[in-house]
Write a protein that binds this ligand. Structure first.
Ligand SMILES: *Cc1c(COP(=O)(O)O)cnc(C)c1O
Length: 376
């Protein structure tokens, strides 16, 4: 079976795990500091502060707290997004306001967002869906106009560039995920990027039980035994072994990103002429693609999936729209007609780092075969 996701675990990651275990300091320590410094270098800016945490979802939770979002506040978010974003909004007691996405880019539709702003709106979450980045200049202007904080969920766009600027270098608050299937995995991990030292200090407290012990001590594989706690905190820090694996992955970011780009371009080339298939409308320049998705007629999607599965090709669905889940079906929302359609058409094909082009060809051939035999 050709899987949808396949982690790039090689000798470097195995060595890194072993070394971190041999170090014997299993919690947050020196590897976490190195991981943060390396991410900072990749972001390439000195006016941002990077903190590693346990998951992307934890990073989103912390981001909402840093943005001052709480009970009674509204957060505008695309319904076409990951459940993690909706859960995090729930964790801070705020209300979800579902926005539609754009039919071409699949990014949050800013014109529709304009209709959803209310006196309670405190923040907007903008997520880069895979290989086409959001209109970040438009988002910044929107946020300024309405006095909102922006949380940039860049779980799909680590290592990508927006108008030549590295993702993470320009947002109000930016969040990455390094979970098992993301382009750069730490097994599990997340990163939050903030703009001020005060916000970083707050993030450090939030990620480690509210403890005010300086991270600099733990980064030397030691701990302060006395410190104060002033506020509620969580157990969201990153572990040394996770950071060590992440560092091994960061060392290969170029090959991860170029091989995924190459596979995505090849898919586009092979699939773009099938009348029933809509491929991403991009040349993938400057992005590190997380998914490769296509859109197919809604009434054929599940049949195609079953047929591919029968022939050894697994596929995924990113995502079922948020407003269709029981928990979120009554949330405030604008018109979601594009999201409803996209949710039924979207299909993720296998995409791996260092993927062989013959595997891309095999998947594409099967999709050709399905549509050429006049599938039902
Ligand atoms: C993966 C993902 C998350 C959650 O990150 P985890 O590290 O799995 O907690 C959030 N948002 C998006 C868009 C994601 O793809």
């Amino acid at each position: 079976m050709i899987p949808v996701f396949k982690p790039l675990i090689e000798q470097e990651e195995i060595n890194a795990s072993k070394e971190s275990l041999e170090l014997g300091w299993l919690g947050m320590g020196s590897y976490v500091s190195q991981f943060e410094q390396t991410v900072q270098k990749i972001i390439g800016t000195n006016d941002r502060y990077v903190a590693a945490v346990s998951t992307g979802t934890a990073a989103l939770h912390i981001a909402l707290l840093v943005a001052g979002v709480g009970k009674g506040d509204e957060v505008i978010v695309a319904s076409f997004n990951c459940s993690a974003d909706f859960q995090a909004i729930g964790w801070v007691g705020a209300d979800i306001v579902f926005c539609d996405c754009d039919d071409d880019t699949l990014e949050l539709d800013l014109k529709r967002a304009e209709e959803l702003v209310s006196p309670k709106t405190k923040a907007i979450i903008v997520m880069d869906y895979d290989c086409i980045l959001s209109d970040h200049d438009g988002i910044a202007a929107f946020a300024k106009k309405h006095n909102l904080r922006v949380i940039h969920d860049a779980a799909h766009s680590f290592g990508s560039y927006y108008k030549g600027k590295p993702v993470g270098s320009f947002s109000d608050i930016c969040v990455f995920s390094h979970d098992p299937v993301k382009t750069v995995t730490c097994l599990d991990g997340g990163t939050i990027v903030v703009r001020t030292e005060e916000e970083l200090k707050y993030v450090h407290e939030l990620r480690l039980l509210g403890m005010q012990q300086p991270s600099s001590v733990m980064y030397q594989n030691q701990r302060a035994w006395t410190f104060d706690v002033e506020r509620v905190g969580f157990r969201y820090h990153m572990l040394n072994m996770h950071a060590a694996i992440g560092l091994a992955q960061l060392g290969k970011l170029d090959v991860i990103s170029s091989s995924r780009r190459e596979a995505s371009r090849y898919y586009n080339q092979l699939l773009k002429d099938i009348p029933s298939v809509r491929v991403p409308n991009t040349d993938f320049e400057g992005v590190n693609p997380f998914l490769y998705y296509i859109r197919v007629p809604a009434d054929q999607r599940d049949d195609l999936r079953a047929e591919l599965k029968k022939n050894g090709v697994d596929t995924g669905i990113h995502w079922q729209p948020g407003h269709l889940f029981s928990l979120w079906k009554d949330c405030k929302a604008g018109s979601l007609d594009v999201t409803d359609r996209v949710g039924k058409e979207i299909l993720s094909l296998p995409l791996h780092s260092k993927m062989s082009m013959s595997v891309v060809k095999e998947v594409a051939d099967q999709i050709h075969a399905y549509f050429s035999k006049g599938a039902k």
